[in-house]
Design a protein. Structure first.
Length: 94
């Protein structure tokens, strides 16, 4: 796993214009081909120690070899909305 593996909380508006908290990981990449899941852990800093709050596991995703890569998909509406609010995310120009 490569890229920024830690995120602070971002207070952002979502697709419905509701204000929520999001953790953004715009540059994570996997260097081996295969099928994977990611585990995300939430910690709270209390009195100079980290307290584990919860964990969630992502859906399975596939990493392809360069030869079999099906091509870039379109940027999601949520990614575009976050970018419009100043989050540094690469947005695919169509």
């Amino acid at each position: 796993l490569a890229g920024t593996l830690v995120s602070s909380l971002y207070k952002l508006r979502d697709i419905d214009q509701s204000e929520n908290g999001f953790f953004v990981f715009p540059d994570i990449s996997v260097r081996l081909e295969g099928r994977f899941r990611l585990r995300f852990n939430l910690y709270e800093i209390v009195n100079q120690s980290a307290v584990h709050i919860c964990s969630v596991v992502s859906d399975v995703f596939t990493v392809y070899s360069p030869k079999l890569f099906p091509g870039m998909s379109e940027s999601t509406a949520l990614s575009r909305i976050f970018s419009d609010q100043g989050v540094r995310i690469r947005i695919r120009k169509d």
